[in-house]
Write a protein that binds this ligand. Sequence first.
Ligand SMILES: C[S@@+](CC[C@H](N)C(=O)[O-])C[C@H]1O[C@@H](n2cnc3c(N)ncnc32)[C@H](O)[C@@H]1O
Ligand code: SF4
Length: 319
Amino acid sequence: MFKQGRVPRIDGITLHPSMPCNLRCVYCYTVDRREKGVTVRFEQWKDIIRQAQECGARWVLLAGPGEPFMDERTVSYIDYIHSLRMKPMVFTNGTFLTEAMIEYLIDRKAHVLVKLHSLNQAEYNTLAGSSHTGIWEEYVYVWRGREHRVSIPRWLKVFLHRLSAFEPAERKKYLSVESVITRYNMQSLVPLARFIRAHRLGYLFETVITRSDKQPSGMALSAEEYRAIYGRLREYLGIGFAVQQFRRCKIRQNPVVWEDGTVGSCLVEKGTLGKIQEHSLRDLWRKQGGLKPGAFLQKRINKFRHCPGREYSRRCGMP
Ligand SMILES: C[S@@+](CC[C@H](N)C(=O)[O-])C[C@H]1O[C@@H](n2cnc3c(N)ncnc32)[C@H](O)[C@@H]1O
Ligand code: SF4
């Protein structure tokens, strides 16, 4: 794909420096990774961030494999990313977001993608595999002249209150709601999309990756069900939402570094480029064009199945 020797520039990089997690999401694809030890050290992660900047990265996504805010080093990474004038982005289950942390994240112009599969705590807890998902409270909002009464985590209420100080169009720069589409929460996605639209938040709906045998089968929807759900979500989220653009996915187009230093390009590519402990990011990324779609791609039942839907990330704050 790329001429030998030529290093394609990168937009950003996805890192996995944080191991522990307080939840046990039934669909989680990083469970196996979290059982291993991290081999990349704190200073090495910072070095990778610096190398990414030299290769042209404008954003750095902290994506696990556990919960970033259970890891006290996450704020150091965010500070460092911010100091290099790149955009920090974090996937989080939200349970550690305090008012002070939200303030800190806004100050660092970080983009937070928070997990919210449902506006119903019982359903959320089923997917989270835990009943320790914090305090949920009643919340009332108005959408197109109608009052909607829902239940949301308290930290989200605090975040929304803080964002109300911004112009509506600015809010999605700071906060996106991320939701994995499974059989358990498919009925909840439309109320969730309405909530997202009413608050002008970013969003990321991901098709569930059923990669590991440990994950319960039957969580993914059938092709017809996916199409029906996408049709309904599109009513709230706009026409671009239903367009599958796998080849333009931002995560896939850029390097992903796993907790053990393995560098790849997303989860759906076969093989890896090598270890960051042994080669520079620039040298590893030079080989990026040689990656082949993974076996996992063969498992798809339709075009929505194989990709976590991250092609929509451009709508949720990625520069
Ligand atoms: C592994 S989590 C780590 C960060 C954080 N703990 C969280 O849940 O946001 C990173 C992202 O992967 C998503 N994810 C986990 N398992 C998945 C699966 N089987 N299919 C699609 N997305 C998945 C999560 O919802 C989250 O958005
Ligand atoms: S919160 Fe994130 S890392 Fe933890 S189990 Fe759920 S998806 Fe996996």
